[in-house]
Design a protein around this ligand. Structure first.
Ligand code: ZN
Length: 335
C-alpha cells in the first residue's frame, strides 16, 4: 500500500452559487485547512466580472495554502449548470451564463499553475463529498441534491458519477412539477426550482423582499424564514410544506429512475430541512413505484452547506488515492 506523508499537500475546492462563493482547502487526511465564504452577485452580473471574482478568490486560497508551505494538488470549481467534459459552462440559468469557458479562464488567471484545474457541476461535486465525508459515506448509490436558488442533482450509481453523453445529467431542477407554476429562469414553466428553490420560498414568506429590486444574497432571507418557521408562523410553515411536496416529487422521479439508497439534500435550503423533508418524504412514498421507495432514505446534508467545495477538493484527493502521484514542485526554495 502506498503511504504519502500528508503534511505538505493540499487540495482546493470552490463552489459558485448565485449569491455566494465558498472555497475550502483540505489536506490528504481531509482536514480543513481553510474555509471561506463570500457574498457574490452571480445573478445577472456580466460573466466577465463573475469569472474575475471567482479567479481572485481561488488564487487567494491557493496562495494561502502555498504560504503554509504546502503543495497544491488541484483546484476544482463547482458551478450550478451544465458543464462539459472540458470544464466549459454550456449553460447556467441562475448565473445567466451561456458558453463560458471557465476552466480556460481560471488557468489563465492563475497563470498556468503546476496543478490540475477543473470545473464540474456543483451537485456532482456535492455527491463526491457526501460519498467521502458525509453521514452516509461509502454509499454506492447516492444522490446529492443542491437546493438553493437552483436545484440540481449529482447522481452516483454503483459508486460512479452518472455523467451521460455530454456531462449534462441531474438537471432535476428543470423537470416540470407544476404545469400551472411560474416561469423558470430557464424560460420553461413550473420547473422544480421555480416552485421549490429559495427564491420561490422567500417570495411566498417575505413578499416585500423584492420591492427594492432583485435579491442578490439570500442568506438573510433564509435566516428570517427560519426564524418565522421556528415561531410556528403559518405562512412560513405552509410555504415550506408546499416546497417540500414539490421537492419530494422531484426526488420520486430520481428514485424511480436510479433507485438510490440515500438522497442527501444540501445547499442554502439545508437549514430548512426539518420543515421541508417530512413533506418531501410523504410525496416520495406516494410517487415511488417500488415498495418502501426502493429503500430510499431522504436526509439533510451534514456537511454545513459546503459539500460542493469539499467535493471539489476531494476530487484531487481521490486521484491520489487512485495512484496518481502529485508532481514534484517546479522549484523548491532553499535557504
Ligand atoms: Zn427551468
Amino acid at each position: 500500500m502506498l503511504v504519502l506523508d500528508g503534511e505538505p499537500y493540499a487540495a482546493v475546492g470552490m463552489e459558485v452559487d448565485a449569491d455566494t462563493l465558498t472555497v475550502v482547502a483540505l489536506d490528504l487526511a481531509g482536514t480543513q485547512l481553510l474555509s471561506w465564504r463570500r457574498a457574490f452577485v452571480g445573478v445577472d452580473s456580466p460573466p466577465g466580472r463573475s469569472v474575475s471574482a471567482i479567479a481572485t478568490l481561488a488564487s487567494r486560497a491557493v496562495n494561502r495554502v502555498i504560504a503554509q508551505n504546502r503543495q497544491v494538488l488541484g483546484l476544482t470549481v463547482g458551478v450550478p449548470g451544465l458543464v462539459d467534459a472540458g470544464g466549459a459552462v454550456t449553460f447556467a440559468a441562475n448565473l445567466g451564463w451561456h458558453g463560458v469557458d471557465l476552466r480556460a479562464e481560471l488557468v489563465r488567471a492563475l497563470r498556468d499553475p503546476g496543478f490540475e484545474v477543473s470545473v464540474d457541476n456543483d451537485a456532482n461535486l456535492a455527491a463526491l463529498a457526501e460519498q467521502r465525508y458525509g453521514a452516509y459515506a461509502g454509499t454506492a448509490n447516492l444522490v446529492a441534491i443542491r437546493a438553493g436558488v437552483g436545484v440540481g442533482a449529482g447522481i452516483l450509481v454503483d459508486g460512479h458519477v452518472l455523467r451521460g453523453g455530454r456531462g449534462f445529467t441531474g438537471e432535476i431542477g428543470h423537470v416540470q412539477v407544476d404545469p400551472t407554476g411560474p416561469v423558470c429562469r430557464c424560460g420553461r414553466t413550473g420547473c422544480l426550482e421555480a416552485v421549490a428553490g429559495v427564491a420561490a420560498i422567500v417570495r411566498r414568506v417575505l413578499p416585500e423582499t423584492e420591492a427594492d429590486g432583485p435579491v442578490v444574497d439570500y442568506a438573510p432571507e433564509v435566516e428570517e424564514v427560519l426564524r418565522r418557521v421556528r415561531q410556528a408562523d403559518p405562512v412560513a410553515i405552509e410555504a415550506l410544506a408546499a416546497a417540500g411536496r414539490h421537492l419530494g416529487h422531484g426526488v420520486a422521479i430520481l428514485a424511480n429512475l436510479v433507485n438510490p439508497d440515500v438522497v442527501v439534500v444540501g445547499g442554502t435550503l439545508a437549514p430548512l430541512a426539518p420543515w421541508l423533508l417530512p413533506h418531501a418524504e410523504s410525496e416520495l412514498r406516494a410517487r415511488s413505484v417500488a415498495p418502501d421507495s426502493g429503500g430510499c432514505r431522504l436526509v439533510a446534508s451534514a456537511l454545513d452547506g459546503s459539500a460542493t467545495a469539499i467535493g471539489g477538493a476531494a476530487r484531487a484527493l481521490a486521484a491520489v488515492d487512485a495512484g496518481h502521484l502529485p508532481r514534484m514542485p517546479a522549484a523548491v526554495a532553499t535557504g
